[in-house]
Design a protein around this ligand. Structure first.
Ligand code: DGY
Length: 313
């Protein structure tokens, strides 16, 4: 049987099923299962999730492949250059998850600085003895500087949120984008990484994982942050040197770390679970019904275009 579209999940909403009616021979099988491996040889389009890396060997095994759809904003799980060299279109889901991801970064920041998880545990455990002047004191955000790595749409959406809290956002961008013209006069500014790090009470990561950003926040970079600084990562795990961050949490240099993404997820470094002053989420950045359905729609329209169909309305 010929498989035109090979996916590992039905995604959210009707988009993939609809695509399957426009391009019959849709196969949904677990990533790298025997069924998936067999279907790959037939597939014209492959859909993968954020944790399902495609290799060049997969491209070799898929001679009919015209398109790969990454159900994510990042495409670090796809060998993009090798796809380009073979004329394979890579489709992803930018734009539609901007607000959801900025919201989860803000959630992590608030939860961390106001000790929400510890407070919840205290109440649920039955150990709460009542209000006390010095109980679970957090730290305020107004008047502080928020360093943002990446001035794309998610970084800018996060900046809008922290401005409302009375923080001043500053940016570093790997492509040198940004300045007053981009962010609005008097609102934010772009600066070299070393300057941004030395000023940031909060550091939030919003750049893609690329060869340039892998390991960007190593120990020597993290040590440039002011004592007590807080790090939020909703981008990709490989950008932050996790062992260095844990070491600086344990030494007291970092005030806290809030994570939604991890190097090698869903496996996580066991030291995170024991590390103090952390909030750990299971990659929820785009996890709203509306966002995941919009991602599926955008992805499937992109695949339909790559396969040569007119996009539906
Ligand atoms: C992303 O790109 O990180 C999304 O949240 C997951 O697909």
């Amino acid at each position: 049987m010929s498989i035109r579209i090979l996916a590992t999940s039905p995604l959210v909403g009707p988009a993939l099923v609809d695509l399957g009616t426009r391009f019959p021979d849709l196969c949904v099988a677990p990533f790298r299962s025997p069924e998936w491996n067999a279907a790959l040889a037939q597939a014209e389009a492959v859909v993968v999730l954020v944790t399902e890396p495609i290799t060049e060997a997969d491209l070799d095994a898929a001679p009919r492949l015209k398109a790969i759809g990454a159900y994510s904003v990042g495409v670090n799980q796809v060998p993009v250059a090798a796809c380009q060299a073979r004329g394979i279109t890579v489709v992803n889901t930018p734009g539609v998850l901007t607000d959801a991801t900025a919201d989860i970064a803000l959630t992590l920041l608030m939860a961390l600085t106001r000790r929400v998880a510890e407070g919840e545990t205290l109440v649920r455990s039955g150990a709460w003895q009542g209000w006390a002047p010095d109980q679970l004191l957090g730290s305020g955000l107004a008047g502080k500087i928020c360093g943002i790595l990446g001035s794309g749409s998610i970084g800018q959406a996060f900046a809008r949120r922290v401005r409302v809290l009375g923080m001043t956002p500053i940016f570093w961008d790997r492509e040198g984008r940004g300045g007053e013209a981009d962010f609005g006069a008097g609102h934010a500014s772009r600066m070299p990484l070393v300057d941004l790090l030395s000023r940031s009470a909060v550091l939030s990561i919003h750049c893609p994982l690329t060869d340039q950003t892998r390991g960007l926040l190593d120990r020597s970079s993290l040590e440039k942050l002011p004592a007590g600084a807080v790090i939020i990562n909703t981008a990709r795990g490989g950008i932050l040197d996790e062992n260095a961050a844990i070491g600086l949490l344990e030494s007291g240099h970092l005030g806290g770390v809030g994570l939604d993404v991890y190097e090698g997820e869903p496996r996580i470094n066991p030291r995170w679970v024991r590390a103090p002053r952390t909030v750990l989420l299971p990659h929820l950045g785009s996890a709203t019904v509306e966002t995941r359905a919009a991602m599926a729609h955008l992805l499937c329209e992109g695949l339909a275009a790559a396969l040569g169909a007119c996009p539906s309305n």
